[in-house]
Design a protein around this ligand. Sequence first.
Ligand SMILES: [Fe+2]
Ligand SMILES: [Fe+2]
Length: 175
Amino acid sequence: MSATHAASAKSSKGRRTRRTGRRDPLAISLLKKDHREVEAMFDEYEQLEDDREKLALFQQIALALKVHTQIEEEIFYPAERGEVEDDLLDEALVEHDGAKKLIAEIEAMQPSDELYDAKVKVLGEYIKHHVKEEEQPGGVFAQAKRGDEDLNAMGERLEARKEELMASMGGQSLS
Ligand SMILES: [Fe+2]
Ligand SMILES: [Fe+2]
């Protein structure tokens, strides 16, 4: 975890975005990195046959999503009220709630249950939609980058809170 933190702190100016070549501030690069990681886990899930592996991977996906949505809800979204259109932030919160309900349903099931794979698949599609709303041109991240909030400083707070939540909710880092 300390190595991950050091690497992230080192790249505090963020990474270059594919579209513009300009660097994202730390808050945005950190949240996008979470998005890529969870997308990769959903892709990996599709390849699995073994129920024990499915359960283990879903537990990782659930932890990553819970921590990510919580740091957005505690730190990013509230700070962006006034910078990002209210409708977009409200819809993002409703989508988080929808995802949490689906996660809870899946957590109450076993991988051998009939609709388990289908629910994981639908959760993945739901998250893909939500991530697009955050990352697309004119979306939450684009509006946040045009605002006055210091997104590099916020990135440090997001990172610290993520570490805390990973430790308390999961007991270990995913990366
Ligand atoms: Fe979100
Ligand atoms: Fe997000």
